[in-house]
Design a protein around this ligand. Structure first.
Ligand SMILES: CC(C)(COP(=O)(O)OP(=O)(O)OC[C@H]1O[C@@H](n2cnc3c(N)ncnc32)[C@H](O)[C@@H]1OP(=O)(O)O)[C@@H](O)C(=O)NCCC(=O)NCCS
Length: 153
């Protein structure tokens, strides 16, 4: 089995939209992913590919001058096998700066569990984005990530 995490190319767009049910129904999401791939507002998109099948993607952007994970998704049949964790580990190993932000709806218990398990801390909440479902912001500091890395024997 081959597993690869790499920057998305425009030829990945269809597969990204295929695995993301929101992207499928929302033209806005299509434009968002397609522009992010081309680096709009300093964004970048990376994908995780298993044996040539695109099974996950992540969009990195910026939040008040800090790196910000805007979107992460694993294709439904591949969930709970470490795909998002691998994408996040890849992002955490390479971001510029001393802290990384990410947000999710309060109702998204899965994402919240993933973030807490990885050592992220709640950093604030914004109401009035989605009706009756506040956006929770999380942060992790580089020092905390470095502290999780086992020292070499
Ligand atoms: C959130 C999401 C990206 C997780 O992807 P994934 O590849 O399944 O995640 P992983 O397999 O790396 O899971 C890592 C940890 O997250 C937590 N987790 C993941 N799925 C979970 C679930 N359904 N219930 C509870 N905890 C869960 C667990 O702690 C898990 O570790 P474990 O499997 O050892 O218990 C995926 O569910 C998804 O694409 N959801 C829809 C899009 C979304 O909500 N994105 C986040 C906001 S942008």
């Amino acid at each position: 089995m081959s597993v690869e995490i790499r920057p998305a190319t425009t030829s990945d767009l269809k597969e990204i939209l295929d695995i993301d049910p929101v992207a499928e129904v929302e033209e806005r999401r299509h434009d968002y992913v397609s522009l992010a791939m081309r680096g709009q507002h300093g964004r970048d998109v990376r994908v995780l590919v298993i044996d040539e099948e695109l099974v996950g993607y992540a969009v990195m952007g910026e939040f008040f001058g800090h790196p910000f994970l805007e979107r992460i998704l694993t294709a439904e049949p591949h969930r709970r096998r470490g795909v998002a964790s691998a994408l996040m580990a890849n992002i955490e190993a390479g971001f510029e700066g001393d802290r990384l932000f990410v947000s999710t709806n309060e109702s998204n218990a899965t994402m919240r569990e993933l973030l807490v398990r990885r050592g992220y801390r709640v950093s604030g909440m914004v109401e009035n984005l989605d009706p009756d479902d506040p956006e929770l912001f999380f942060v992790i500091f580089k020092s905390a990530i470095d502290a999780q890395v086992e020292p070499a024997p």
